[in-house]
Design a protein around this ligand. Structure first.
Ligand code: HEM
Length: 442
């Protein structure tokens, strides 16, 4: 299998750490669909052929685990929560959490997501004058956290928001750093990274303990038999211990707000760059003045949903998915041994011209007739598909509706797209400054 030589890797060392996404893009351009990286031991393969991707994530999923540096690093913050767990017992946790993401439940939390979006937009845009430049990435971050807090934990995180936001983003920072390190840092070592991680974890623990305690107290005084049917209530009723609940809570905050926030920031950028497409969203919203449903939004606003799907194709926040083989398997027509590392990047697969003609162009039409099946995996694929998929898609459409009913976005003069920064999610380096125009203003 073609790939860089050890010397190439040594030369690229700094750029891999600084910008791993561009490194993967260049590796694919240079070496083709399957790239082998020179590592000691079993092979490390970058896979971009949709058949190989499907094999690892779906058809042969039992043979591939999450025992990778990426997930080990995440587990240092989330513990063995749903996202990071490499154990087959992950399925038990998934069963407990699943009803919180069922259609009926999502339909019931629509009001909370709409309120989270509306309140953040009002408070941030209240003093903005027509034509001012606003960092919409900061806005989508606040909305992302608030929506997860209200919808899944019935908690108003706004009081704790600043601290939780700072703690999650600094732990995400550290996770990214750990995930990139060649030699794993011993957990006990008093290194700067470990000390920062410990402090971020303490803050996350405090926030989680507070949310759990509030719900237990509400239950004691409320005279109800269950703790409620949101995710927190389901976990408390399932008999999970506080440690396990804390792990899921932190998992959902990390997995559920950075991804949505980044995806929304890129979507808003694409709409600002494409006024015709943006006006079509506005026209669709004008034709549907009522509340947007979290689960029925595709029927209400098909074009807006297609915009979201296409933005997630061009800017998939989860830029890398890794797996390690438990047993030998066959990839790209060759047998690979147990221990093989598979690196899958939705970013690369989504930019294949054979799957998506003119792949760099923003064309929501691709998705108007429904989902594209082959090679489209912003939420992963197979048994470990994102549990928050429907929630995230609904939330994105709701936020677009709340924002674009009252505002029109434009790119500022001298516009240059912010660089994609591969962090926990791919977010815009330096934020997303866009011009806000009030709709209806002259
Ligand atoms: C899993 C992407 C929103 C919670 C995943 C995976 C991807 C992904 C690619 C699969 C990872 C793998 O197979 O290794 C995204 C994107 C989102 C998003 C792009 C937003 C645009 C959310 C939200 C939540 C969430 C809103 C929760 C509130 C999770 C969890 C898993 C997961 C718990 C692990 C599921 C399991 O392994 O059973 N996500 N996600 N995600 N996501 Fe999301």
């Amino acid at each position: 299998v073609p790939g860089p030589t050890p010397l190439d890797m040594a030369r690229a060392f700094r750029s891999v750490r600084a910008d791993p996404l561009s490194f993967l893009v260049a590796a694919r351009e240079l070496h083709g669909d399957t790239v082998s990286f020179p590592v000691p031991g079993p092979p490390a393969l970058l896979l971009t052929d949709p058949l190989d991707v499907k094999r690892v994530l779906q058809t042969s999923a039992r043979s591939w685990s999450k025992e990778t540096v990426q997930y080990a690093a995440l587990a240092r913050v989330t513990g063995p929560g749903l996202l990071a767990s490499a154990e087959p017992s992950w399925i038990e946790h998934r069963r407990v959490a699943a009803p919180a993401f069922h259609h009926e439940r999502l339909a019931a939390v629509g009001d909370q997501v709409r309120a989270a979006a509306r309140e953040s937009i009002e408070s941030r845009l209240r003093d903005v004058r027509d034509g001012d430049v606003v960092d919409v990435a900061a806005l989508t971050h606040t909305i992302g956290l608030d929506a997860v807090g209200r919808a899944l934990f019935g908690a108003d995180l706004s009081g704790q928001a600043q601290d939780l936001l700072a703690a999650t983003s600094s732990s995400a920072d550290i996770v990214v750093r750990l995930g990139r390190s060649i030699v794993p840092t011993a957990e006990w070592a008093p290194s700067r990274t470990n000390l920062r991680l410990r402090s971020a974890r303490r803050r996350l623990d405090r926030g989680a303990a507070e949310i759990i305690a509030q719900r237990r107290a509400r239950h004691r005084t409320g005279g109800t038999t269950t703790h409620g049917d949101d995710l927190l209530g389901l976990m408390l009723d399932s008999g999970m211990d506080d440690r396990g609940i804390r792990d899921e809570l932190v998992t959902m905050v990390i997995a559920g707000h950075e991804t949505v926030a980044a995806a929304l920031a890129w979507t808003l950028m694409l709409l600002a760059e494409h006024p015709v497409e943006q006006e079509r969203v506005a026209a669709e919203l004008a034709a549907h003045p009522g509340p947007v449903s979290l689960v029925g939004h595709r029927e209400q606003l098909p074009w807006t949903r297609a915009v979201v799907d296409e933005a997630l194709r061009l800017y998939p926040p989860a830029w890398v998915i890794s797996r390690r083989s438990r047993e030998p398997d066959v990839l790209a027509g060759r047998e690979v041994p147990a221990g093989t590392l598979a690196i899958i990047s939705p970013w690369l697969v989504h930019r294949r011209a054979d799957l998506f003609p003119d792949p760099l162009a923003f064309r929501p039409e691709r998705f108007v007739d429904g989902p594209v099946r082959t090679g489209y995996l912003p939420f992963g694929q197979g048994p470990r598909l994102c549990i928050g998929r429907e929630f995230a898609l609904g939330e994105m459409v709701v936020v677009l509706a709340e924002l674009l009913r009252g505002s029109r976005l434009e790119t500022p003069p001298g516009w240059v797209r912010p660089e994609p920064q591969a962090h926990a999610a791919v977010h815009p380096r330096g934020g997303m400054p866009l011009v806000v125009r009030h709709r209806g203003a002259a």
